[in-house]
Unconditional design. Structure first.
Length: 284
């Protein structure tokens, strides 16, 4: 059966019901893969992981206005619906939900979901209200679909932990499945926003992974402060002019880390290359 495209809640529910009771003729399980479109290799890996765990795979394409700040790239976010559908279908996606803004946020919509502590640090500190937008849309998509599994990438590691907390605290019966960060041949974490980079920008961006990998390899022999300075100095030397943050935190809960207990550490970075904000993280 070819992929089914649905654009409203009724269509979504009908399609899921048909798939759940359809050819599989069993209590088929459903995995959801939320995306903002501009489908790339990493999204395809999410679909493959979804397929590995569930009978039915639902991808969503929605550029969520609620998670963009005023001066961010909502209006220029890349869109390629036709191509996206082909790519998602070729990886075995069964249903693609492409709602419009009115479907998700109808007149009178007045709700936001917040995971305040985890959302107040790292990207949340720099992008106020971003994670509130993410939590609200993810909650809606999980409840609308009733998915048994949802797949998210470690590239957005803070987002992943926030969503795990959200699902746990709201008792949403959905298991969150992470996948590792997918990188291109130069180690750059794949992102829809990489499209904004010209050749010169890309050459600079290609240093990010080398620098954080280097920091990870030397982490044992250094204190926290020296590792952070090492990364910052190398970023500046490689032509990155604007560093948003470089921090080391506990991988399991994003707590701050001290030199007395450097275990389970993760390095988190956000930088601007031209006007493009890139994030990455690595286990130390
Ligand atoms: P986006 O379309 O950028 O909102 O991303 C949708 C999903 O894909 C999120 O779960 C992201 O964490 C995940 N994702 C995006 N880029 C990557 C990547 N390079 N590696 C792993 N997951 C990714």
């Amino acid at each position: 059966m070819s992929v089914e495209i649905v654009r409203d809640l009724r269509g979504l529910h009908t399609s899921i019901a048909r798939h759940r009771n359809g050819p599989l003729n069993t209590a088929a399980s459903l995995a959801i893969v939320p995306t903002m479109g501009a489908i790339h290799k990493a999204h395809e890996k999410l679909i493959i992981e979804a397929k590995r765990n569930a009978d039915i795979v639902l991808a969503t394409i929605f550029v969520n206005p609620m998670q963009f700040g005023e001066n961010e790239d909502f209006n220029k976010y890349p869109k390629s619906e036709e191509e996206d559908i082909k790519r998602l279908e070729s990886k075995g996606c069964n249903i693609i939900y492409i709602p419009n803004v009115e479907t998700i946020y109808p007149d009178g919509f007045d709700l936001s979901i917040n995971v305040p502590k985890l959302s107040s640090i790292l990207c949340g500190k720099k992008r106020p209200a971003h994670f509130e937008g993410v939590c609200t849309i993810v909650t809606k998509l999980l409840l609308q679909s009733g998915a048994d599994y949802a797949v998210f990438g470690e590239k957005d590691y803070q987002q992943l932990l926030i969503i795990k907390r959200l699902v746990k605290n709201l008792d949403i019966p959905c298991q969150i499945l992470p996948i590792e960060t997918v990188r291109d041949e130069n180690g750059l974490a794949i992102s829809s926003r990489n499209q904004y980079l010209n050749t010169e920008n890309r050459n600079i961006a290609n240093n990010i992974n080398k620098i954080i990998k280097n920091a990870a390899n030397n982490y044992k022999n250094k204190d926290i402060e020296s590792t952070i300075n090492f990364v910052k100095n190398n970023f500046l030397d490689s032509g990155i002019k604007k560093i948003d943050y470089v921090e080391i935190r506990k991988g399991e809960n994003l707590d701050v880390i001290s030199n007395n207990d450097k275990s389970n550490a993760r390095l988190f970075i956000a930088v601007y290359i031209n006007d493009t904000r890139l994030i990455d993280n690595i286990k130390l």
